[in-house]
Design a protein around this ligand. Structure first.
Ligand code: AMP
Length: 283
C-alpha cells in the first residue's frame, strides 16, 4: 500500500490503473480511522479492483469556533487499518496541497443543507461539497463510499453527484456501533469516562423513538418530543436538534407515512455527537 501526499503523484498512479482496465473505489475520510471507516473500506475493496482512502482533515468544513485544531490525527494507525482492509493507496495531502491561498471557488447547495446540522453549521456542507468534488476530480473513482452515520452528508453528496453529473456511483453504508450501541466516531476520542457513559443516551433515545414508530405511532411531533424528553434525562447531554425529516428531501414531516430519517445532534459536555435511524413507513 502506498501513501501519497501530492496530487501530482496520485494522478499518474490512477491513470495507470485505468489504462489496465481496473476499477477504482474512493473512501473519503478525515482520518483517525475506526471500525466504521474500515467497514466502508472493506465494502469498497469487495466492489473495486483498487481502493483509495483519502485521509484529510478538511479545514473548509469546520466553522470558526469548531474543533479543527484539536481534531484527532494518527496517520501511522490509519495506515495499518487501510493496509489490513486491503486499500491500495492512502491520499494524505496537506491543506496547502488542496487549497490555493487565494482559492475562491466553492461547491454549494440551495436546499438539503439548511436544516439539521446546517442550522448550527452554516458553512459545513459547502466545505464538504467542495472537498468531495475536488477529491472526485483528483481520484476519478467509479464508486465512492459514505456512511449512513452522516445521513445528511450522504443525502447532500447524492444530490450533488446527480445535479452536477459526476457519473460516480455513491454507495451508502450502514452505521457501525460499539457493543453498547454508541455510533463509532473519531470524536468519541474527546469523551472522558463519565461522558462516554452519558453518550449512550443518543442511541437509547433513538431506539425509544424507533420503538414508537414500530408500534404504529405516526405523529412525528410525539416521537420527537419523546426522544427529546429521554435525552433530557441525562444531565451531561444537551440536544442541538432532534428532527424527523423526509429521507430524501430532508424536509420536516408531520405524519410519518413515507421513508423518514430521524436525526439528532447532541452535546455531551463540549463534544457534539450525531446519530440517526431511518424508518420506512407505508402510507
Ligand atoms: P469522517 O472521517 O468522520 O469524515 O468519516 C468518513 C466517512 O466514514 C463518512 O462517510 C462517514 O459517514 C463514515 N463513518 C464515520 N463513522 C461511521 C460509522 N460509525 N459507521 C459507518 N460509517 C461511518
Amino acid at each position: 500500500m502506498q501513501i501519497v501526499k501530492t496530487i501530482g503523484e496520485l494522478r499518474p498512479i490512477v491513470q495507470k490503473w485505468r489504462r489496465e482496465g481496473l476499477s477504482v473505489g474512493l473512501v473519503p475520510t478525515m482520518g483517525y480511522l475506526h471500525e466504521g471507516h474500515k467497514s466502508l473500506i472493506l465494502r469498497a475493496v469487495s466492489e473495486n479492483d483498487r481502493v483509495v482512502v483519502s485521509d484529510f482533515v478538511n479545514p473548509t468544513q469546520f466553522g470558526v469556533n469548531e474543533d479543527l485544531s484539536t481534531y484527532p490525527r494518527d496517520l501511522e494507525r490509519d495506515a495499518a487499518v487501510c493496509e489490513e482492509a486491503g486499500a491500495a493507496l492512502i491520499f494524505h495531502p496537506e491543506p496547502e496541497e488542496m487549497y490555493f491561498p487565494d482559492n475562491c471557488t466553492f461547491v454549494d447547495m440551495d436546499s438539503l443543507t439548511k436544516g439539521l446540522c446546517g442550522k448550527t453549521r452554516p458553512t459545513h456542507f459547502r466545505g464538504v461539497c467542495t472537498v468531495v468534488s475536488k477529491l472526485f476530480h483528483i481520484v476519478t473513482p467509479d464508486r465512492a463510499y459514505f456512511g449512513q452515520k452522516d445521513a445528511q452528508q450522504l443525502a447532500v453528496i447524492r444530490r450533488m453527484v446527480r445535479d452536477l453529473n459526476f457519473g460516480i456511483t455513491i454507495v451508502g453504508c450502514p452505521i457501525v456501533r460499539e457493543e453498547d450501541g454508541l455510533a463509532m466516531s473519531s470524536r468519541n476520542a474527546y469523551l472522558n469516562e463519565g461522558e462516554r457513559k452519558a453518550a449512550l443516551i443518543l442511541h437509547k433515545s433513538l431506539m425509544l423513538g424507533e420503538g414508537m414508530l414500530k408500534a404504529g405511532e405516526r405523529d412525528a411531533a410525539k416521537v420527537r418530543e419523546a426522544i427529546l424528553g429521554n435525552l433530557g434525562t441525562e444531565p451531561l447531554a444537551r440536544a442541538d436538534y432532534v428532527e424527523l425529516v423526509d429521507a430524501e428531501t430532508l424536509e420536516p414531516v408531520e405524519k410519518v407515512e413515507r421513508p423518514i430519517l430521524a436525526a439528532i445532534a447532541v452535546y455531551i459536555g463540549k463534544t457534539r455527537l450525531i446519530d440517526n435511524f431511518t424508518f420506512a413507513a407505508e402510507k
